[in-house]
Design a protein around this ligand. Structure first.
Ligand SMILES: Nc1ncnc2c1ncn2[C@@H]1O[C@H](COP(=O)(O)OP(=O)(O)OP(=O)(O)O)[C@@H](O)[C@H]1O
Ligand SMILES: [Mg+2]
Length: 517
């Protein structure tokens, strides 16, 4: 039956963000039971590593997956981080879009404020069970909660809460989920995620009790990465909506002050130049600006030469840590790394670093994609990293196949950024901004050139060994023929040939071997 506008108006109502993700859980990485297990562990472990790094604590992470029933698992993730204050626990775990990282422009694993509450939502959706959280900041108390999410209000629902004495002054957070899931050990598994996490975070100890036994990833270095600094937004790429909202929220009293104080790398001269080009009085209070002023300001900003944002907000792994992580976990015969200088996309600084490991224990080829030290295991086809790597003709670098299908090689690509442009909320692949693809390609090619030098050395060494083998094989026949022709003794000629081979190829072979190390 046809409805009129009044009748239709009665059906209009707001939707809570929890309801939205309850219906669209695939957007958070919960589109199948195998992946769900990985997503939950990834969200919890990423948070633990972020918290430890921020509190400058060397992380000790414990993960346990226990099968309870055919498709029901208990997951525990525990850290030795700073802990969470009692008051914050319900909101962190029971409210979607609540966190400490979204408004801060600093490199971290999490950025949205949705990861861990998404996992709580998945648990209650599939098993109806509350999530258990225990945390202590190291004082006399250990707080524990059993929580769910009130989906229609997007607010925490506390099922049980308690406080116990914390006698051994334990500090950290322990989370227990009961979920519907499937455990598998394949290339997109929890085990693979933890292995790659260990490579990218060589300062962390990770113990994993899987349904099939224990895996321990021991820390390889005792130092935490350099602490990244938070930065203010950059004017490049700022859009009118954001500029006008910021102008209405600013504490600055003039437009010029607003541009200088609320954005990074804007000095007095630049601010005045922007105001002049926009025909806006720099002394105008920002709240008095009207739509036309913002339009002119945006145009003026686009015309102004801006200084790049500072890069101390980034904390790449660095060449040594990258090489040490790859050696520790992959045991290759050759490894090297390249760290690019920072670049900028849409005003956000980012930095690409690439490690290549070849041969040894490596079987087959693999591209490891990472963003802010977090391995990305799904949506490879949509990722800027895959696009950059697959466009390279690997035969140019002396590999056996154009597409790496026949080579024992791991290409490890890490993008560090203040804001990683993920393709979706599940944070599985990086958006293909041309400048990002270009930087990845340049880094991979530079590292591949080094591998190419090593491989051509190997090819040459193999050829020499083969030539030597052939000469030695025919030394008898040659000596006999020469003895007949010259009348010299056969033994003497054979000895001379062998000495010549040793002198010519033996030395070359040693030199080639030296060059490979
Ligand atoms: N193990 C932990 N120790 C200390 N603080 C934590 C821990 N886990 C979560 N937090 C805090 O809870 C907040 C919310 O976590 P959540 O995973 O939902 O969001 P996020 O990490 O900020 O972003 P993202 O959605 O991208 O993961 C974090 O910002 C952090 O402040
Ligand atoms: Mg998180």
């Amino acid at each position: 039956m046809a409805k009129n506008a009044q009748e239709m108006a009665q059906t209009h109502k707001a939707i809570s963000i929890s309801e939205f993700f309850e219906k669209n859980r695939h957007l958070l990485g919960y589109d199948n039971k195998i992946k769900a297990l990985l997503t939950i562990i990834k969200e919890a472990v990423d948070n633990s590593l972020d918290a430890c790094e921020e509190a400058r604590i060397l992380p000790d992470i414990y993960v346990r997956i226990k099968q309870l029933d055919e498709e029901r698992y208990e997951i525990i993730v525990q850290d030795n981080g700073p802990g969470i204050v009692e008051k914050q626990i319900p909101k962190i775990f029971g409210k979607l879009l609540y966190g400490s990282k979204f408004h801060r422009h600093r490199q971290s694993r999490g950025q949205q404020g949705i990861g861990i509450s998404g996992a709580v939502l998945y648990a209650q959706l599939t098993t109806g069970k509350a999530t258990e959280i225990e945390s202590s900041t190291g004082d006399g108390n250990l707080y524990n909660f059993r929580l769910k999410i009130d989906v229609s209000r997007n607010e925490p629902k506390i099922i049980e809460k308690g406080k116990a004495p914390n006698e051994d002054a334990w500090r950290g957070t322990r989370i227990k989920f009961i979920v519907e899931a499937v455990y598998r050990e394949h290339k997109q598994s929890v085990l693979e995620y933890l292995k790659q996490t260990a490579i990218a975070n060589p300062f962390a100890n990770i113990t994993f009790d899987s349904p099939n036994g224990r895996h321990v990833f021991v820390r390889g270095i005792e130092e935490l990465p350099k602490e990244p600094k938070a930065i203010k937004p950059h004017l490049e790429g700022v859009e009118i909506g954001i500029l006008s909202r910021m102008a209405h929220q600013t504490k600055a009293r003039t437009v010029s002050g607003f541009l200088i104080e609320d954005f990074t790398r804007v000095g007095k001269k630049t601010a005045e130049e922007i105001c002049k080009n926009a025909e806006v009085n720099p002394k105008t209070p920002p709240r008095k600006l009207v739509h036309d002023d913002f339009e002119r300001l945006i145009k003026a900003i686009k015309k102004t030469k801006l200084i790049n944002p500072p890069t101390d907000c980034l904390s790449p792994l660095g060449k040594d840590a990258l090489i040490s992580g790859l050696k520790k976990e992959l045991n290759p015969i050759w490894v090297d790394a390249v760290v690019r200088s920072p670049a900028v996309y849409r005003g956000w600084p980012f930095q690409i670093e690439v490690g290549i490991a070849y041969g040894g224990d490596i079987k087959g080829s693999k591209v490891m994609r990472l963003a802010n030290r977090v391995p990305l295991l799904y949506q490879a086809g949509d990722c800027a990293i895959t696009k950059a790597v697959t466009h390279i003709d690997w035969k140019n670098y002396k590999l056996s196949s154009k597409d790496l299908s026949e080579d024992p090689i791991v290409i490890f690509v890490h993008m560090a950024s203040v804001w990683v442009p993920f393709n979706s909320e599940s944070k599985e692949s990086i958006a293909s901004y041309p400048v990002i693809i270009k930087e990845i390609k340049l880094a991979v090619q530079e590292c591949a050139r080094k591998l190419g030098i090593f491989l051509s050395g190997q090819i040459k060494a193999r050829e020499i060994v083969e030539r030597r083998r052939i000469l030695e094989k025919y030394a008898d026949d040659i000596a006999r023929a020469l003895a007949n022709l010259t009348g010299e003794s056969e033994e003497k000629i054979e000895k001379a040939i062998k000495e010549l081979v040793e002198w010519r190829w033996g030395e070359v072979q040693e030199d080639e071997n030296d060059a490979q190390q």
